[in-house]
Design a protein around this ligand. Structure first.
Ligand SMILES: Cc1ncc(COP(=O)(O)O)c(C=O)c1O
Length: 392
C-alpha cells in the first residue's frame, strides 16, 4: 500500500519491463555472454538467441527474418531509415526531396532538418487536419512531385491519432517513393503486418511495449539497400554496426511476442480505462477539449487541450499530487514553446501551450483513473485562479 495516492498515467512515454521479459533476458547477461559474432560454440549460442529473436519479431510483422534490423531504440531506427535511404538515393542520383508531416517525432523531424540543412536535401512538410492526421490529397500531390522517401508517423505520440497507413503507403508506392513509418507508439497496440500496411520501412522501440529501453527494430523490405548510418563491423547484414546487445534483443522479442499474444485482453483494458478517463476529464475539468481523433486513436491514449492553462505549470501541480502526466512527447516536456503538433493541427499559439497527455497501461486501475481526474480538476481550478490573478 502506498501512503499517498498516486497515478502513473504516462505509459506513452515508457512502460515497465514485464517480469517474463526480464526472466527471458537474464541468462544473456552472464551465462550466455559471448560475442554473437564469434565463431566458437559460445558465440554461436548467443547468435542463435539473436536469430530466434529475429524470427519471433518477423512472425509478428509478417515479414522475413532477414528484413529485421536490431537497433539501439526508436530514435536510432528513425535515423537509420531516413539517413540510410537519403544517402543511398544521393549515391544513386535519385531525387533529393524528403516528404514528411509536421507532427512527426523529433527523431524524424530533426533528422530531416539535418539532411536539409547540411546535406542539400529538400524537405516537404505535408499538411495535417485538426486531429493531426496527414491529408491524403496533399500527400498525393507532394508524392507526384517525386522524392527519395516519405516518412509518416503511424500513431501520433502527442494526439494519439492513427494515420491511414495502407492508403498513404499506396500513394507513395504509386509515385515510386519509399515509405517509412515511425510505428513506435503503435507497437504493441496496432497491427504491425507490413504486408497489410504496405510500408517499406518501419521503426519500433521495445520500451513502449513492456520491453527494455535502448533497443529497437527497423523493418527494411527486401531489396532496399540502405546506406549504414553506423559503420564498423558487418553486423546486421552491414546495416547497423556494433556488437549485438543479446539480452536486450531477446527481451525485445519476448515483449513483442507477449504483446501480440495478449493483445485483445490488453487493448480491452486500455480502452475501458481510457474512455473512463476521457469521460471524467470532459465532465469534471473546465475547460477541457479532447485533442486528436475521437475514434481513430490509440486505445491507451487520451489527450486534451485545457484552454488558458499553462501545461508545464499544470504538470508540476499534478506531480505534487502524485499524478504522472505529460504535455506531449517525453522529449518535449518542460519546453515553454507551444507544441508544434498542436500548432500544425490548427490550434492557436495560446492553446498549443495547454496540451495534456494522459496514457494508461496494463497496471492502471479504475481507482488511479478516478484519482487522476479529481487531482486534475483541482489543479486546473487552482491554476486557473492563479493565472487570472496574475493577468488582472
Ligand atoms: C513516436 C516516437 N518515435 C520515436 C521515439 C523514440 O524512441 P526511443 O525512445 O526508443 O529512442 C518515441 C519515444 O517517445 C516516440 O514516441
Amino acid at each position: 500500500m502506498k501512503d499517498r495516492p498516486e497515478a502513473y498515467l504516462d505509459y506513452s512515454a515508457s512502460t515497465p519491463v514485464d517480469p517474463r521479459v526480464l526472466a527471458a533476458m537474464m541468462p544473456y547477461f552472464s551465462e550466455v555472454f559471448a560475442n554473437p559474432s564469434s565463431t566458437h560454440r559460445f558465440g554461436r549460442q548467443a547468435e542463435r538467441a539473436i536469430e530466434d529473436a529475429r524470427a519471433t519479431v518477423a512472425a509478428v510483422l509478417n515479414c522475413r527474418p532477414s528484413e529485421i534490423v536490431f537497433t539501439g531504440g526508436g530514435s536510432e531506427s528513425d535515423n537509420l531509415a531516413l539517413r540510410g535511404a537519403a544517402w543511398r538515393a544521393r549515391a544513386s542520383g535519385l531525387p533529393s526531396r524528403l516528404i514528411t508531416s509536421p507532427v512527426e517525432h523529433s527523431a524524424v523531424t530533426e533528422t530531416v532538418a539535418q539532411l536539409d540543412q547540411l546535406m542539400g536535401f529538400k524537405s516537404e512538410i505535408v499538411a495535417v487536419d485538426r486531429y493531426g492526421l496527414v491529408k491524403a490529397e496533399a500527400f498525393a500531390e507532394a508524392c507526384r512531385r517525386g522524392g527519395a522517401m516519405a516518412s509518416v508517423i503511424y500513431a501520433n505520440n502527442e494526439l494519439g491519432s492513427i494515420n491511414d497507413l495502407p492508403k498513404l503507403a499506396a500513394i507513395a508506392r504509386d509515385s515510386g517513393i519509399l515509405f517509412h513509418t515511425d510505428a513506435v507508439q503503435a507497437g504493441g497496440q496496432l497491427s504491425l503486418d507490413v504486408e497489410r500496411l504496405g510500408v517499406d520501412l518501419l521503426s519500433l522501440s521495445a520500451h513502449k511495449f513492456y520491453g527494455p529501453k535502448g533497443v529497437g527494430i527497423l523493418y527494411v523490405k527486401q531489396g532496399i539497400d540502405l546506406a549504414s548510418a553506423l559503420t564498423g563491423g558487418g553486423h546486421e547484414a552491414g546495416r547497423r554496426a556494433g556488437t549485438h546487445n543479446t539480452p536486450f534483443i531477446v527481451g525485445l522479442a519476448r515483449a513483442l511476442e507477449l504483446a501480440y499474444q495478449e493483445r485483445d485482453e490488453r487493448l480491452a483494458h486500455f480502452q475501458k480505462l481510457r474512455d473512463r478517463l476521457i469521460r471524467g476529464v470532459l465532465e469534471r475539468v473546465d475547460p477541457a477539449e479532447l485533442s486528436g481523433h475521437p475514434e481513430h486513436r490509440l486505445p491507451s491514449h487520451a489527450s486534451f487541450v485545457l484552454h488558458g492553462i499553462d501545461a508545464n505549470a499544470l504538470l508540476m501541480h499534478l506531480d505534487m499530487k502524485g499524478v504522472a502526466a505529460s504535455s506531449g512527447s517525453a522529449c518535449k516536456t518542460g519546453n515553454p514553446e507551444p507544441a508544434a503538433t498542436l500548432l500544425a493541427a490548427g490550434y492557436s499559439a495560446e492553446s498549443a501551450k495547454s496540451g495534456l497527455r494522459l496514457s494508461v497501461g496494463r497496471n492502471t486501475t479504475i481507482a488511479e483513473v478516478d484519482y487522476a481526474i479529481e487531482a486534475l480538476a483541482e489543479a486546473v481550478e487552482k491554476l486557473g485562479k492563479v493565472q487570472r490573478e496574475w493577468a488582472s
